[in-house]
Design a protein around this ligand. Structure first.
Ligand code: 2HG
Ligand code: ZN
Length: 457
């Protein structure tokens, strides 16, 4: 219990955050020590739970003085082993930094503490006819801090971009305990380095994000979702490109395959949407101030979609039902044991072929493993999930990531590098880029205490 933390350090943490917020009992720590897939399990001497930026500063300074490594953790919904203490780090939980400002309806912005969930931001924005453009299945657990630290993508990148595009300012504590606070939210602010943009996606290696100024977008009055069956992945990529060209308000374009549909239906107890069982499904959402249903129907017609393989939903309940076929993939796959999750982007022109080829790439290394493919087809982003592998057997990971890089893709589209993909970072980043990364790390975290096992390792 609390191994590695001396009584005096424990007392010093307690003096900062209160004894009740220094968790050292095994039961209290366990939820912070494993990721939710169960693939990444570590241990920590203590979880500390600061309530204010000043408390974060004092915790970081104490860790720097004591030479203690720190893993910042938000909602612990990450998928690359970047937010759990795999090397015995102290866990700094940001969940109690949960202050949400009043919505600034003139600027369409809000300032959110790192521990505010995406769902809470949405609820607050909804009351003012606004919406936060980053949305994802883990919305009620994932936090602003974690999603900023990882530059999370989610379901609407095709229209609004990822988290970095929503950031109008940031507050963060650097590795030496100094505070960067730039939360004014000016639409134009061209005064040098974009620190918010830099810290967004830095995965807790440069700073602990404590708050963010977020842009909000108008909540559309109308939305329509269509689930479409298609014959193969390349047809799906081409169809989405055609729809995008005529539907500037395309909000989401998601792809999954028959095997995933069947697994979701069996696991969650849903009825398949069509009598026919098409090999590929694409879910599209279009939303705007005017009802887009007719425009979406015309776009589908224009690409020759079969009428018996399309389901359209305009009311909220039915839209949510169609989304469940896609959003339940992660939960359904998790019932098969800890998956390996390879979140990759391909150039759109190479995506269809990659989806066809990747099961063979996996089978060549691990014939008994199963490959599950789904993702954000509008972004070229496919989530390659592989089940039936030991958690630490990363031969398949290597084979798939090398294939991705060889086709001009990225080994991380939206989940980050974490610890899981660290050894393959050089597939995407040149020696000069990695040297710049190391220089930034040294400058902002001179003692090297912030998430030292992540990204650069
Ligand atoms: C999603 O798109 C998430 O649902 C999770 O990014 C992906 O479970 C995954 O691999
Ligand atoms: Zn995703």
């Amino acid at each position: 219990m609390g191994a590695g933390l001396s009584p005096s350090v424990r007392a010093a943490f307690a003096a900062i955050v209160g004894a009740a917020n220094v968790l050292t009992d095994a039961d209290a720590r366990s939820g912070y020590e494993r990721d939710w897939t169960g693939r990444f399990v570590g241990s920590t001497p203590a979880v500390v739970r600061p309530r204010s930026v000043d408390e974060v500063v004092d915790c970081v300074r104490l860790c720097a003085a004591e030479g203690l490594a720190v893993v910042p953790q938000g909602g612990n919904t990450g998928l690359v082993g970047g937010g759990v203490p795999l090397a015995g780090e102290v866990v700094l939980s940001t969940r109690r930094l949960d202050h949400l400002s009043a919505i600034d309806t003139v600027a369409a912005q809000v300032t959110a503490g790192a521990g505010v969930t995406l769902g809470a931001v949405q609820d607050a924005a909804r009351a003012h006819g606004l919406r936060y453009a980053v949305d994802l299945a883990a919305r009620h657990s994932a936090t602003v801090g974690g999603t900023v630290a990882t530059n999370a993508g989610g379901l609407h990148v095709v229209r609004y971009g990822a988290t970095r595009a929503q950031l109008a300012g940031i507050e963060a504590v650097l590795g030496d305990g100094s505070v960067i606070r730039h939360l004014g939210g000016l639409a134009k602010d061209n005064t040098g380095y974009d620190l918010a943009g830099l810290l967004c996606g830095s995965e807790g290696t440069l700073a602990v994000v404590t708050a963010a100024r977020l842009r909000l977008v108008p909540r559309p009055a109308h939305a329509v979702v269509a689930l479409v069956g298609l014959p193969d992945p390349s047809t799906a990529v081409e169809a989405v490109a055609a729809w995008r060209a005529v539907l500037p308000d395309l909000e989401a374009a998601e792809l999954f395959l028959a095997a995933g549909m069947n697994l979701v239906c069996d696991t969650v107890g849903l009825r398949p949407p069509f009598a026919a069982r098409p090999p590929v499904y694409v879910l599209v959402e279009v939303a705007g101030a005017e009802d887009p249903t007719d425009r979406l129907a015309a776009a589908l017609e224009g690409t020759g979609v079969e009428h018996d393989a399309v389901a359209v939903a305009t009311d909220e309940r039915r839209r949510a039902e169609l989304w469940r076929y896609r959003e339940e993939h992660t939960t359904a796959i998790n019932t098969l044991g800890p998956p390996h999750k390879l979140d990759v982007t391909l150039p759109l022109g190479a995506l269809g072929r990659f989806v066809d080829e990747v099961p063979g790439i996996v089978a060549a290394v691990a014939p008994a493993a199963r490959t599950w493919l789904f993702g954000h087809v509008g972004d070229g982003n496919v989530h390659v999930n592989v089940t039936g592998l030991a958690p630490d057997d990363d031969r398949v990971d290597g084979a798939v990531l090398e294939a991705v890089a060889g086709r001009g893709g990225s080994i991380s589209a939206e989940h980050g590098i974490g610890t899981a993909k660290r050894r393959w970072l050089a597939l995407n980043r040149s020696p000069a880029e990695l040297a710049a990364f190391a220089a930034l790390k040294h400058a902002l975290d001179p003692a090297g205490i912030l998430n030292p096992a992540v990204l650069l390792g």
